[in-house]
Design a binder for this molecule. Structure first.
Ligand code: ZN
Length: 322
């Protein structure tokens, strides 16, 4: 190869790497999503507010940008959310809010009828309210970790899955849930009004608070034994993704995946652990471990790719209770 030719190849290669990297999960994009979602302007993303609607518009715009289609006509699924109030309050406010749903069709003519659901809630506590750890302070609860982090991961993993859709045999549904903080309301509504048959959902992966990975690079997950081969797979993927997975067989609690588990659907609920800023106005973007969150995204992406292409059927394994 002569120098000129070599130079051309080198330029071409670097150009194609640049083009490719845009569909990759990047720290820059994770940071940008979190900065927007957890900005004071989004006012804590409380269901029914104008800011909450702005977030919904942002999610739709990002889905479109990534080439992620709606399932059916609309990206949104409307529902009425009953807002949590202080004990002893008689008033029961109800607001209209949405789940935002994106669809990535699988490439196998038969297996594409089976779905992997990836979810994260996008709402938070607004100015606080009864679920706040500092209910008497009036400050915007920014919710950078809870759950701008999971929402950003949903957008980034979704983008990468859509780019590599030909590598997916099964289909993927991406769901940004509304009103989780009011009692898992978005996911409860979805499983009662599913846009696809519930039996076609083979695994639901949920990310809630994945932005605060510690120095040991631990990622916690509950539910790994709720599908065949789950524990082995999730352990095996740790080293190649550069993380230390804490794989818990069941202990399925806390977030939107619970709504699916209650319908006998296999689940994985991911989080990077609690912290003093949980449900306070101090849960801010500057405290997010962006590099750690990228590792979470890479790991979850690998898990989805593996499950979506598995030859062996994915079967729900209920917890044996003595
Ligand atoms: Zn929360």
């Amino acid at each position: 190869m002569n120098t000129k030719k070599y130079l051309l190849v080198a330029i071409y290669t670097s150009l194609s790497i640049t083009a490719f990297s845009q569909s990759e999960v990047t720290e820059k994009e994770i940071k940008a999503h979190i900065s927007f979602l957890a900005s004071p302007e989004m006012a804590g993303r409380f269901p029914g507010t104008a800011e909450n609607k702005k977030v919904v518009a942002y999610l739709i715009k990002e889905f479109k940008k990534s080439g992620i289609r709606p399932y059916g006509k609309s990206y949104t699924q409307d529902f009425t959310a009953k807002i949590r109030v202080k004990k002893g309050t008689t008033d029961t406010p109800r607001v209209l809010t949405q789940n935002v749903i994106g669809f990535i069709e699988g490439s196998d003519p038969l297996l594409k009828q089976e779905f992997i659901v990836l979810g994260a809630h996008y709402d938070h506590l607004g100015m606080g309210g009864p679920s706040s750890k500092k209910p008497d302070t009036t400050g915007v609860h920014l919710g950078a970790d809870d759950n701008a982090s999971g929402t950003a991961a949903l957008l980034e993993i979704g983008e990468k899955l859509a780019t590599n859709r030909k590598q997916l045999k099964r289909s993927v549904l991406l769901i940004a849930f509304g009103a989780e903080e009011q009692g898992l309301l978005g996911s409860k509504y979805f499983v009662e009004h599913p846009v696809i048959p519930l039996q076609s959902i083979k695994l639901m992966l949920n990310m809630d608070m994945v932005g605060r990975m510690n120095a040991e690079k631990q990622l916690y997950m509950g539910g790994a034994a709720s599908f065949n081969g789950g524990v082995e797979l999730m352990k095996q993927l740790g080293p190649e993704a550069g993380i230390n997975p804490i794989v818990i067989a069941y202990d399925v609690g806390g977030s939107d995946h619970v709504s699916f588990y209650k319908k006998d659907i296999s689940v994985l609920g991911f989080h990077t652990g609690g912290h003093p800023q949980y449900h306070t106005p101090e849960d801010q973007a500057s405290l997010i471990n962006v590099a750690g969150e990228k590792l979470v995204c890479d790991y979850v992406y690998k898990a989805i790719l593996s499950v979506a292409n598995r030859k062996e059927a994915i079967v729900f394994v209920p917890e044996k209770k003595n």
